[in-house]
Design a protein around this ligand. Sequence first.
Ligand code: ZN
Ligand code: ZN
Length: 498
Amino acid sequence: MLFLKKDEYVIPQQLVKGEAGEFVRITDMTNPKALPVDPTFPFNQNLQLFLSGRKLLLDEIPFSLEEIHNHYLHGYVDYRQGVIFDGKRLYCCRCGNKDAVFFASFHCARCKKKCWYCRKCIMMGRVSQCTPLIIWTGPTPHFSFQKSLKWQGTLSPSQKDASIKIKEAVRERKELLVWAVCGAGKTEMLFEGIEEAIQSGKRTAIATPRTDVVLELTPRFQQVFPDIPIASLYGGSEDRHRYSPLVIATTHQLLRFHEAFDCLIIDEVDAFPYSADEMLQTAAELARKKNGSLIFLTATPKEVWQAECYRGKRNCVILPARFHRYPLPIPSFGWCGNWREKVKKGQIPLKILQWVKSRLVSGKQALIFFPHIELMEQALPYFQKMDGRIEAVHSEDPNRKEKVQAMRTGDIPILLTTTILERGVTFPNIDVAVVGAEDDTFTESALVQIAGRVGRSPQFPTGDITFFHYGITRAMIRSRNQLLRMNRQARMKGLIDS
Ligand SMILES: [Zn+2]
Ligand SMILES: [Zn+2]
């Protein structure tokens, strides 16, 4: 859209009634200063609740342009640039993209000019040079909920440590890394920190890479915070337009927020897509208030962060033990020769065959991880010769959910998988093998996560993990060392019993 430029303010073209003047795109103005807030203006509270802390396209706002503009004229709303072009470089104000490769231009029917738009965040609706982003500049809604946490459970000693550090980070608006082994019980240790935040009127968000996790966390938090309205946001969710002190969202949804959160908790900070995608890191930066606290949760921090933790250079708390007080199972390495060539020839390395057979005989379920879909699918028929119920699953598999469910009910004895089952899923009593652990897909963090699938339940706290390989890699060694170190720490602190 275009704006008519006046001295002190702008008018959207659609609302211009006969006034003359120059029509310009938002990108061609330096951001006009937001107008001063008129305290006597009877602003629309529904618009306040809807827009506060957001950064939205006009189409995303279910209020009329007249009403939005009226709020703008009284200092409650501002029009901001979507894409900036300074003649040389482009910048997307929604996702922070500045990589020329991710911009494209077209002859725009709206602004009648060559119009650049951002391809990087296009799945959230197109932001171009003539697209304003609308933000709320009036007072933010207040909320106060006292004693909102209704939880009867108890924290393990290491969860308690983490909980105290989280509360402190919330109170003092600090950054904190919570390094918790798989199975430490991350969710419970957040409860008191979130209560503290909400009690002091701090808007809080938990962002996680995967929709499954949003769907799983929302009812858990709603149960322990029954009086708090929680917004649960992911692609296609219906809660999209609801103001709430606590937001649980996929990392992508943060792109629609603007300096909204006093406390931002980022779950699985090491996981795709957050770590791989600069955009989501920028989104997290922009969604948080400038002095807000930032809490990262992970079982597998990147190498630089690990080093910073050990040198005391990073504010962190380490939870080295699982909730059930058994040590983490340690992977063993098994050389299996050139397994790729074998699979292509229609064979499976003998060691792997033996490993599978012994699980089939004892009736213990297992996951077998492969680095690539094609090799896994080539290998599947040979596994099925041993037992016809063996299945394979990958990210594009339309029957993915059904297969995971069949694994849960025990109808599938052994499931071949790519790294999609590396995290998030829990089967109570399984062994795990990795075929081709030397492949680049299997980073230190991926291998730690895969090993973390074993021994999760207190009824079955142990299990076998074998990395079958054609050459030991640094990632394999580092992942094993990381697990051994956690067990040592847990023993020293008396957090495990054996
Ligand atoms: Zn963008
Ligand atoms: Zn345009």
